[in-house]
Design a protein around this ligand. Structure first.
Ligand code: GLA
Length: 387
């Protein structure tokens, strides 16, 4: 039985009737553009087939009853309007925070019964939190017929994450979850919100995309992510620009920064923004074959990884070993994806070889004394929708 039918059945058993509907929102991998979103820069993620589903039914009173079959300890939680206070603990904050953000924006959203199940690995840097936020948001928007387009949904979901949950993230994950379309990556300008669907055609190029979870725990709400964000903001202030996105003359700007750590952090952001623009250009170039497009993309992925490792210093030994081993085992390009300090790598590998490359990485992990990684193939999928 598939995820959808299982969820419908469990929801029907718990709440005593069929749900009004089921809504889905995906996790994502980021193809390129790391730690650029909160610098008003560019990103290029795609949505995964791994998704969070929510079976939902509106109720007459102002209460939300939420059960998750996969996140948390299988408890059923309830909250009302008086509980919608930023800083709430636990996974239910991602649900309550959506109701809070909708209400704070003036939308009339009533109570609901919600049953959730997810196939997005938690804590792997694949945006399981954005998938949860966006699935609940999409359900409530439809149930209460709220006039909110997909971009504004992403902005509301980010507000939940930043202001209610308290994680100082950018907009990439929520934008990927609401705006992506199947078979495409999403080029997204985090200042203007301009976005463009970039066709991928992995199979046309004879490739597949391996997603390998190093299973090194990572957490955003904590210090390192916030530290990188703070130093970028400080550097923008020193350089007299609103955000690092606005630096026109990279060489000149870097020369003006006296602190070597800050200089490296800024260099990552400036070069990474350029790599995203280059990636969009090569992937949208109709004069190249799919194979030529990916051949031009691959070195950009490699350079992005080197920049995250040496300049932004957000990789860890498991991640670096996974990327190196992927390349030695036939990947044409590989990089860490997501916020860093663990989580997943992506590797462009010849079609049919993803499992073998993952096996090689597992062997290298065992030899280095690291725990076993997990893997799957990344399939560019649709954004949030009614399932
Ligand atoms: C996390 C955040 C995103 C983004 C990435 C790094 O996924 O949620 O907003 O900053 O890290 O690119």
């Amino acid at each position: 039985m598939d995820q959808l039918q299982r969820l419908r059945d469990r929801s029907t058993r718990l709440f005593g009737h069929q749900p009004a509907g089921v809504w889905a929102a995906p996790g994502r991998v980021n193809l390129i553009g790391e730690h650029t979103d909160y610098n008003d820069g560019f990103v290029m993620p795609f949505a995964l087939a791994e998704q969070t589903l929510v079976a939902a039914t509106p109720v007459d009173d102002d209460r939300w009853t939420v059960h998750s079959t996969t996140i948390g300890d299988g408890e059923t939680v309830q909250f009302g309007p008086q509980d919608l206070v930023p800083g709430m603990a636990g996974w239910q904050a991602y649900v309550a925070g959506i109701v809070w953000a909708l209400r704070a924006a003036g939308h009339r959203v009533g109570g609901a019964e919600l049953m959730i199940s997810s196939t997005v690995p938690v804590g792997a840097g694949l945006s399981s939190s954005a998938a949860l936020e966006c699935s609940v948001l999409t359900a409530l928007v439809d149930l209460y017929e709220l006039p909110i387009d997909p971009l504004d949904r992403a902005i509301l979901a980010r507000r939940c994450e930043n202001e209610f949950v308290g994680a100082p993230t950018g907009l990439m994950d929520q934008a990927a979850s609401t705006l992506c379309s199947a078979g495409h990556a999403l080029f997204f300008d985090c200042r203007s919100y301009h976005h463009q669907q970039v066709p991928l055609g992995l199979s046309d190029a004879g490739l597949e995309l391996l997603v390998l979870d190093t299973r090194t725990p990572h957490a955003h709400v904590d210090g390192e992510y916030a530290d990188r964000r703070r130093i970028c903001e400080e550097a923008a202030g020193l350089l007299g620009v609103a955000a690092l996105r606005d630096v026109a003359d990279a060489g000149g700007a870097l020369a003006r920064l006296s602190d070597p750590v800050m200089r490296r952090r800024v260099r990552h952001v400036l070069t990474e923004n350029q790599r995203v623009l280059d990636a969009r250009a090569v992937m949208s170039d109709g004069d190249r074959t799919a194979q030529q497009r990916f051949a031009a993309l691959a070195p950009l992925l490699d350079a992005s990884h080197a920049s995250m490792r040496d300049d932004f210093e957000i990789t860890v030994p498991t991640v670096d070993l996974a990327v190196e081993t992927a390349r030695e085992s036939g990947a044409i390009g590989a990089r860490m994806t997501g916020g860093g300090f663990g989580g997943c790598i992506i590797a462009l590998v010849p079609e049919g070889t993803g499992d073998a490359v993952a096996d090689k990485i597992a062997d290298a992990f065992a030899a280095a004394g690291f725990g076993a990684p997990a893997h799957f193939l990344g399939r560019p999928s649709a954004g949030a929708r009614r399932a």
